[in-house]
Design a protein around this ligand. Sequence first.
Ligand SMILES: NC(=O)c1ccc[n+]([C@@H]2O[C@H](COP(=O)([O-])OP(=O)(O)OC[C@H]3O[C@@H](n4cnc5c(N)ncnc54)[C@H](O)[C@@H]3O)[C@@H](O)[C@H]2O)c1
Length: 266
Amino acid sequence: MLLKGKKGIISGALDENSIAWKVAEKCKENGANFTLTNAPIALRMGKINDLAKKCSSEIIPADITSIKDIDNLYEESTKALGGKIDFILHSVGMSPNVRKNKEYGDLNYDWFFKTLDVSAISFHKVMQIAEKNNILNKWSSVLGLSYIAAQRTFPFYSDMAEAKSLLESITRSYGYRLGKLSKTRVNTISQSPTITTAGSGIEGFEAFYNYAEKMSPLGNATAEECANYCVFLFSDLSKKITMQNLFHDGGFSNTGISEEIIDQFS
Ligand SMILES: NC(=O)c1ccc[n+]([C@@H]2O[C@H](COP(=O)([O-])OP(=O)(O)OC[C@H]3O[C@@H](n4cnc5c(N)ncnc54)[C@H](O)[C@@H]3O)[C@@H](O)[C@H]2O)c1
């Protein structure tokens, strides 16, 4: 029960494959109380109701790019949970260019801005409004999800690579600020390719998933394993870990080549 008595907000659970869905289940198992949030349009799918029931959680709709919606999310969450917040999961990513198969050399710039707003600047908004509304407890933990395309080029990842670089930069900058203000830690987990709606929306995802599996000495990290890592990062066991991008990828990021890949090319 690593999170006994802790209060949180979990965004991004769309269906049972979502990383956020698994995080919610693990947080519940570990004794936390939390609200669930997603974009109003995603809530229409209705699946999240099953999760809410299972976790005894309230669902509060919020478009994560809207300051008004985040304001409301915080007001309703602190009311529902009966106090200030100990952890926030930002598990949101979306690129209209990727969705509509726009090539990197032919990006629609309005959509590019949308990618950055939804997938990265929203992380700043989540923290800025938390600071302004003073909703974070001392020693709270804020977590986002990233991908190694922030450091290295993966052509199919398109403008999401820029979004993840920005997300990781905001993590450092706001991590400093919130550390000073409320001893809050801010980190991103750089997760292995994972079969979810957002993941499989990327062109050539399956081939890349299999490649990463063969490149990683421990194999790809699953959504469930990611959820366990999130629980640790929300718990008091990780109090001094902050401003980090933490690779959770079975060793992929430090592997030059694996024997399996060599065999395939011999
Ligand atoms: N799946 C992977 O391979 C992988 C790898 C590394 C990192 N990630 C990251 O993990 C996070 C979660 O993605 P996932 O793989 O669980 O996929 P997912 O599709 O299940 O989750 C993405 C969520 O973002 C939500 N969302 C989109 N626009 C929104 C908006 N305007 N306001 C509020 N919510 C919005 C969606 O409704 C959805 O619930 C993302 O940041 C993603 O980039 C995923």
